[in-house]
Design a binder for this molecule. Structure first.
Ligand code: ZN
Length: 297
């Protein structure tokens, strides 16, 4: 199964729906960052939420950053998702493992922490990014992002995100976002309907694991409400914009004295990208070249 995102409308254009499968990209994040089970679930939910939010942006190059900062042992989580379907992210303490919660599920809420903040930044690529902060509701990520949509963006929304990770790694991940369109936002019966539909679902990953496709899941939720699923599939994937030239650019900013010090003490420099875990090595010759560049400027 390949990761993808689909969009749909229902209820005479009153409901907008987006669904995303992120199984492969969540597995890639798990492997890159050597994430524990609970860290995989927390980051996977954050990345799926980011992709769902980014999918509603209009301008090419738009991105959404979801920053979860709770008081739990995982520390901060950052997911950076683009309208182009790329996403990357990391967890501050990727090794933390916790016993399952009362429902026998990965205890994301306790790992993230029940107290803290969710910070969302929408960046269209120019001007001041739009950013907003809400208090965490539960630390389960999905509920926190849904609360952000309702309180901060004032869009009645229902969001379901999930990650199933076992001994074989991530075998199901993704989510679904249902929103009431502005023209129907005063229609309380539609809002109630939306919430009841989502709460009837046993979760997103159980449906995926049963072999249901995104379209079938959409159909199960909204099939009786004039559902129209747009035929295009949008690919989503883990992708980080880091590169060796960018790492060299960052090293250059350290200045001549620091670079000279790296040459003398370490005979080079090693940089690890926080977002994707990629390791970059700059040797003595490359660092010397950076110093030469600095002197020419
Ligand atoms: Zn990177």
């Amino acid at each position: 199964m390949t990761d993808k995102l689909i969009r749909a409308i229902a209820a005479d254009g009153g409901i907008k729906a987006v669904g995303v499968v992120t199984t492969d990209l969540t597995e890639e994040a798990r492997r890159r960052h050597k994430l524990s089970y609970v860290a995989t679930a927390a980051l996977g939910r954050s990345m799926a939420s980011g992709l769902l939010l980014a999918s509603s942006m209009k301008k090419e190059g738009s991105r959404v950053n979801i920053h979860v900062k709770g008081d739990g042992p995982l520390g901060a989580i950052l997911a950076d998702a683009g309208l182009d379907g790329t996403v990357r992210g990391y967890v501050q303490n990727p090794n933390i493992e916790l016993p399952p919660n009362d429902l026998g599920k990965l205890d994301v809420g306790r790992a993230v922490g029940h107290n803290g903040y969710l910070h969302v930044v929408r960046d269209v690529g120019y001007g001041q990014p739009y950013s907003s902060t809400v208090e965490l509701v539960s630390g389960e990520v999905g509920e926190d992002v849904a609360s952000y949509l309702v309180t901060s963006e004032q869009t009645p929304s229902a969001l379901l995100v999930g990650v199933f990770v076992g001994e074989m790694g991530v075998t199901a991940a993704g989510g679904i976002l249902l929103q009431i369109m502005p023209k129907a936002s005063r229609d309380q019966s539609l809002v109630d309907l939306l919430e009841s539909r989502v709460s009837q679902l046993s979760g997103f990953t159980p449906l995926l694991r049963e072999g249901k496709t995104l379209k079938e899941i959409m159909g199960q939720l909204l099939g009786d409400l004039d559902l129209f699923i747009f035929p295009e599939f949008h690919q989503v994937r883990f992708n980080c914009g880091c590169s060796f030239p960018r790492v060299l650019g960052a090293l250059k900013m350290l200045g001549e004295a620091e670079l000279q010090d790296m040459i003398e003490k370490d005979e080079g420099a090693e940089a690890i990208c926080q977002f994707c875990g990629e390791v970059y090595q700059a040797d003595e010759t490359q660092l010397t070249q950076l110093i030469a560049d600095l002197r020419r400027e």
